[in-house]
Design a protein around this ligand. Structure first.
Ligand code: ZN
Length: 305
């Protein structure tokens, strides 16, 4: 979720499952700021994001996830030995993926409540994210979709940079996530989230950056990417455009570090509303998650093509 302060869903959390533990934290963190954050809150836990160290560091530093079909042992292997790497649609491209939040964020309220500069204002390092009524956390959803997307992109020949390597850690902060993708000089990037909107509201929303200085040169390209993502989502997963926020599935946002600080074309997608029972029924399934990943991969290919 990417709640503004005062957003209807801000600070809410279902009173069951893992969310019970997170309630106190969410009340603090979500009331202050949106999903995207930055800084150096990553700890030594297994899920901590790799340190940025230039264009070649992050993709190979991200371990492959067992059980995700098509995931190669490195960031560049083509899927089929019969296909020339140069013939793959994303050969030579670097794609950034930021799976929002992290599964361990609720364990360190102090770290994720720390304020970081998002380019226009102070924002909390991160939040816990939202959950479904059944207790499925947004952080798990974003990481699951990211793994499927990474596999799809690698099959198409891309190198992939992810802002975190697992779902057991804390952070990194939202400004740090933006920096990781900027440092990798990604050709394009997607921040993956699911919303914590009103229970009556359905649908996905594509959040686009607003010019603020650091991102000035990628606004037009990000808007084009946003159109590609919207079209791919409408053509793929059974998720409608949001009926409670944005306009026709698109919403400019000027308060999120991930968009304010980006120097590469980027959008943030709220893939659905975890607080809505119908959306949640889709969001928790691997089938839907794979469909979202396929749609995002198709959008990246369309954008770079
Ligand atoms: Zn989120």
């Amino acid at each position: 979720m990417t709640d503004r302060p005062g957003w209807p869903g801000a600070g809410r959390n279902p009173g069951r499952g893992p969310a019970v533990i997170a309630v106190g934290l969410a009340a603090v963190a979500l009331a202050l700021s949106a999903c995207s954050g930055a800084g150096t809150a990553a700890t030594g836990a297994a899920g901590s994001a790799p340190p940025p160290s230039g264009p070649s560091a992050s993709p190979l530093a991200t371990p492959d996830i067992p059980g995700v079909p098509g995931e190669a042992s490195n960031g560049t292997s083509p899927a089929s030995p019969a296909t020339s790497p140069a013939a793959l649609p994303l050969a030579g491209k670097i794609i950034g993926i930021d799976p929002g939040h992290n599964g361990g964020n609720f364990t360190d309220p102090g770290a994720i409540a720390r304020l970081v500069w998002n380019g226009t204002a102070w924002e909390t390092c991160d939040t816990t994210g939202t959950t479904t009524d059944g207790g499925y956390p947004e952080a798990q959803f974003t990481f699951d979709v990211a793994r499927y997307l990474r596999a799809d992109l690698r099959r198409d020949g891309a190198r992939v940079v992810m802002t975190r390597a697992g779902n057991d850690g804390v952070g990194p902060c939202v400004d740090r996530r933006a920096q990781i993708i900027n440092d990798a000089r990604a050709n394009v990037a997607v921040d993956i989230h699911a919303d914590g909107g009103p229970a009556s509201g359905r649908g996905f929303t594509v959040l686009e950056p607003v010019a603020d200085g650091p991102n000035d040169t990628v606004i037009t390209a990000s808007q084009r990417l946003g159109d590609d993502v919207r079209q791919a989502m409408l053509a793929g997963p059974a998720m409608p455009v949001s009926d409670y926020t944005g306009v026709d599935g698109i919403m400019p946002r000027d308060d999120l570090a991930g968009l304010n600080l980006t120097t590469v074309p980027k959008v943030l997608i709220e893939c659905g509303n975890m607080r809505n029972a119908t959306d949640a029924g889709l969001l928790v399934t691997a089938r839907f998650q794979r469909q979202v990943a396929s749609a995002l991969a198709a959008a990246v290919v369309a954008f770079l093509g």
